[in-house]
Design a protein. Sequence first.
Length: 390
Amino acid sequence: MTNIMKKDPLMEKYEEETGKLAIWKGEITKDFRKWKEKKQKNSIKKQKSVTLKSSREAKKEMKKLIKEDKDVEVDYEHLIVVENLHKTYLLGTTAVAALRGIDLTIDKADFVDIMGPSGSGKTTLLNLIGGLDTPTRGKIFLEGRNISMLSDNELADIRKERIGFVFQFYNLLPQMTALENVMVPLHFSGKLSRRGKRKRGMDLLRLVGLDERSHHTPSELSGGEQQRVAIARAFANDPAICVLDEPTGDLDSKTGILILNLLRDLNRKGATFIAVSHDAAVSEFASKVFHMRDGKLSHEGKVGGLKETEMMELKRKQEAEMNKEKCKSKIFQYLFANQGRTEIKVEEIKSSVPGSIVLNLPIHFNDVINEIIEENGINGKIEGEILILK
Ligand SMILES: Nc1ncnc2c1ncn2[C@@H]1O[C@H](COP(=O)(O)OP(=O)(O)OP(=O)(O)O)[C@@H](O)[C@H]1O
Ligand SMILES: [Mg+2]
């Protein structure tokens, strides 16, 4: 999960080297600025002297320097900056101007929603921001890097490492289980061991409340559940931004709201989203709303609408506590109705509780069961996602 307060690698390097803090009381320190300037000057000097050498080693050193520079070049003001973006498609001899000068900035932990009629250019814009296509004119900066000029291979790397995608029709692989689907991006990034990947996959499924359905294939899951798997998959490589094209487009309105609740929870934990949709409900959950018409972005709606204030956090926590009580009474009713059974799957118990309650609980669902067991002196425990009763 993207953390809002995450320091950039250069700051971390500074703190490691000097033992001082790069950010103090929310502000970047003077010492850090000076240190950074010096570092940049030295880096340029070093590069110049390396260029003069021209031996094989010098080339090697140069490569290393360039790599180092790439690693530290993360000083950016906004997560995404879109400048005067144009996209024209050529259909035979006809030119279709899908985007006609878009300007947009997105910050970490924003939840941006773009609304607009069919054909207004929403998907085109998302595809450009997500690195699926390149613009005809204009620039896109992602984490300070201009991605509008990159080669296909470089864009593929950006997509793999920095962008998460969620589409209207989930796009899960039908023959694979939920867990295997979530693990697909982990195979491509190749950073984790086999065990590490499984663990990360299960953690991601837990994040969307589906850890108990890990072995189910898409056809055994509802539309909303499939979309939750797709969301888990989008977060596999800890993307800078998650791009959502009509995320609730194929769902009934109630399930759509559950998905939006989940997105809002993830957003509160620091995830950044850009969504496009026809669904007005999406804008209710967004922090910035834009309208798109004929390839132009117009009229910014609310700003900061659902960025969590202290009051909202308090309310959410109260709601979660209330949900816990509701959840307990539902579970209790279920256990009461199933007296005499010695084994009940946790998943079965969970299905007796409305999803809207399960999605906003202060603790894990299993721990709610554990509390009931303790409080009521029930002789039972959860083993391998099954409640064993004696
Ligand atoms: N690959 C393409 N080739 C040619 N024209 C295209 C292509 N993709 C989109 N267009 C055109 O560009 C315009 C914008 O399309 P886009 O798909 O971005 O709209 P949209 O707002 O996402 O619409 P919808 O709400 O229906 O999904 C439309 O006129 C569309 O016909
Ligand atoms: Mg579209």
